[in-house]
Design a protein around this ligand. Sequence first.
Ligand code: BV8
Length: 229
Amino acid sequence: MQRIVVLTGAGISQESGLQTFRGPDGLWNNEHIEDICTPEGFRRDPLRVDRFYNNLRAGLTAVQPNAAHLALAGLEQAARDGRWQGHLTIITQNIDDLHERAGSHDVIHMHGELLRLRCTGCGATPAWHGDCFPDTPCPACHGPTLRPDIVWFGEMPYHMDTITQRLAACDLFVAIGTSGVVYPAAGFVDSVADHADTMLFNLEARSGPSPFDQTILGPATHTVPAWTQ
Ligand code: BV8
């Protein structure tokens, strides 16, 4: 039984039309990361942060999963059908729902999800598809205490226990479309080096020595389907 863990980043959704963070048209080119992607930034100006994520949420309705998302969903389906003797876990840094819409089920969103909010008053995590503002009442406690259910810098990523278990048990670790800048995700490849083969699928080579056994360059919609077929 082959146990594969795939880590995805913004690059896997780029060909669906979603912006990456640090590329030529990266999201962080127009916004100061510390003003948007930190709890301090949200405390300082919740309306600015809500508007940023409202825009991303609105953009999600206009895009579709691409061939890379579909290829991973197909691999999971092959395991379910018994056509492949393996197990696939997707750990995604992405907050979009394109893996799920492509048909993947075993998806771990370590940085949260755009289509979910969290109430800092009662802890409710309602699904959310429209705009949210600082005075939008929580559907559970009705307090004006909703925030994006997204992991910001300085906050603990979600599901780290499960992630640690899956990484310890895998024999192949694959990273797709991530710049390897943000931890702890960027450190996963090192944590599996003693027991798993490692592959990086990316549009361009990263600077410096690569910790991956193999690097496959090119657009994910070409390289990932070629790998899973
Ligand atoms: C943590 C939110 C521990 C969602 C994001 C001080 C205090 C605490 C922690 C730290 C600290 N200082 C540093 C840290 C660690 C910090 C960190 O790593 N900082 C970096 C900048 C050095 N990390 C954290 O804070 C994390 N938490 O460490 O907690 C802790 C312990 C105890 C107590 C408390 C805490 C939390 C990190 C999560 C931050 N949230 N986003 C959102 O808004 O989306 S990060 C953000 O970057 C996204 O989540 C994104 O996924 C992530 C990584 O970016 P990428 O996905 O890689 O995207 P990028 O644009 O960079 O690259 C795209 C790649 O795709 C490129 O390489 C490109 O070539 C490629 N590509 C493009 N097109 C294609 C393609 N490839 C293939 N095909 C294509 N078509």
